[in-house]
Write a protein that binds this ligand. Structure first.
Ligand SMILES: Cc1ncc(COP(=O)(O)O)c(C=O)c1O
Length: 386
């Protein structure tokens, strides 16, 4: 029986075949570490990394290739940024819709490094009022950390408005693009972002173990290295080199993963992000349209498709989300994600804590037939009762 995968907000699956081909090519014919030798394969590995930086620069309209810093995922990228940037006494503003990859490092820094934290409550639809961010600004506010879209409700955050506020008050902005990269057009320069964090394995369609940061020119000076070690450059020197990207990239990189990500970026360019967005939103819209007619179902987040990513959270009266996910998987081979989705504050905001919601997140390789099948399956489970 066919399997249907609707957990693309966690990680996208399947990946384009060309991603596997690029990884296999590296594995079979290159294998070496980039920047660690003058021989051909090391140079070819270096070329893979450079090309990936170059494609990411284009995708995000980043200042320069070397302003792209590779990390293992966005969690690593966010931790690196927060630990590097924040000092005792600094005030940070974030929202109640953030993922634990933002909340946990901030709570840690609040407890251990004496930073001040304001978490702005969003509405029950997960919508942020930019005025509330403005009201929270203080003399010592250094940074706003914002998810570009919620991984629970799919709500897209008003980043343009926040960008205006950060400019007016001269505050830095860190944008978490885990749920939007590869889905929305994101212009680093136009949005006046200081730090953009991305992950390679969700909408960018690359393999796990890839992610990173785009940093502004001023951030290249302000941030201090978080990890120190070998770079293949300036080896005679006992301190981390101060030039980019080596200043922020110590240790052997995940070249095989970056080869896959680079190929995924070619796929996105070839298929076109707008076309991808239209397809994914059509699936989400069809799903939403039907569930809105079912009285036992509550939909969370906006139902206007211009205000959301294709991640849809629901609850069903008298059903535990885990039970529904179990039934969908066990009987119909449909994979969805119940629970808190690593975002407990988001669930408190929308009123679904502690049981969470049942989350369907659609991806480029999903079809309308799969959505129709899942709707029928869900309706049948509800009719049969718990
Ligand atoms: C909004 C958001 N931020 C951060 C993350 C963490 O991503 P990763 O596990 O790739 O570090 C996720 C993953 O679900 C997410 O949805």
């Amino acid at each position: 029986m066919k399997y249907i995968y609707f957990d693309n907000a966690a990680t996208s699956y399947p990946k384009p075949l060309m991603v596997l081909n690029a990884m296999q090519e590296y594995f079979l014919n290159i294998g070496a570490s980039p920047g660690r030798g003058g021989y051909k394969n090391s140079i070819n590995a270096g070329r893979i990394i450079f090309e990936a930086r170059s494609k990411l620069k284009k995708l995000f309209n980043a200042p320069k290739e070397e302003n792209i810093i590779f990390t293992l995922n966005i969690t690593h990228a966010i931790n690196f940024s927060l630990n590097s940037l924040l000092n005792p006494g600094d005030h940070v503003i974030t929202t109640s819709m953030e993922h634990n990859s933002v909340i946990r490092p901030l709570r840690f820094l609040e407890k251990n490094k004496n930073i001040e934290l304001s978490i702005i409550n969003c509405s029950k639809e997960g919508i942020l009022d930019p005025g509330d961010i403005k009201k929270a600004i203080k003399r010592n506010t250094k940074l706003i950390v914002l998810t570009h879209a919620s991984n629970v409700t799919g709500t897209i955050m008003p980043v343009e408005e926040i960008s205006k506020i950060k400019k007016e008050y001269e505050i830095f902005l860190l944008l978490d693009t885990a749920q939007t990269a590869g889905f929305l057009d994101i212009d680093f320069k136009k949005l006046n972002i200081d730090i953009l964090a991305f992950t390679g394995h969700k909408g960018l369609l690359g393999p796990p173990g890839t992610g990173g940061l785009v940093i502004s020119d001023s951030m290249t000076e302000i941030l201090t290295p978080f990890i120190h070690g070998g770079t293949g450059s300036k080896s005679e020197y006992e301190f981390q080199p101060d030039f980019l990207p080596d200043k922020f990239e110590a240790g052997t990189p995940n070249t095989i993963g970056i080869a896959g990500l680079s190929s995924a970026l070619d796929f996105l360019e070839k298929e076109n992000i707008k076309k991808i967005r239209i397809h994914e939103l059509e699936l989400a819209e069809r799903f939403i349209e039907t569930i809105k007619e079912i009285p036992q179902i509550t939909l969370y987040g906006p139902d206007n498709k211009d205000k959301r990513v294709p991640t849809v959270s629901i609850t069903v009266k008298d059903f535990d989300p885990s039970f529904l996910a179990y039934k969908l998987d066990n009987i119909y081979n449909i994979m969805v994600r119940p629970g808190l989705h690593c975002a407990p504050l988001a669930h408190k905001t929308i009123g679904t804590f502690p049981h969470g919601t049942l989350r369907f997140s659609f991806g480029y390789f999903n079809t309308m037939e799969e959505v129709e099948f899942a709707l029928k399956a869900l309706i049948k489970i509800i009719e049969e009762g718990e």
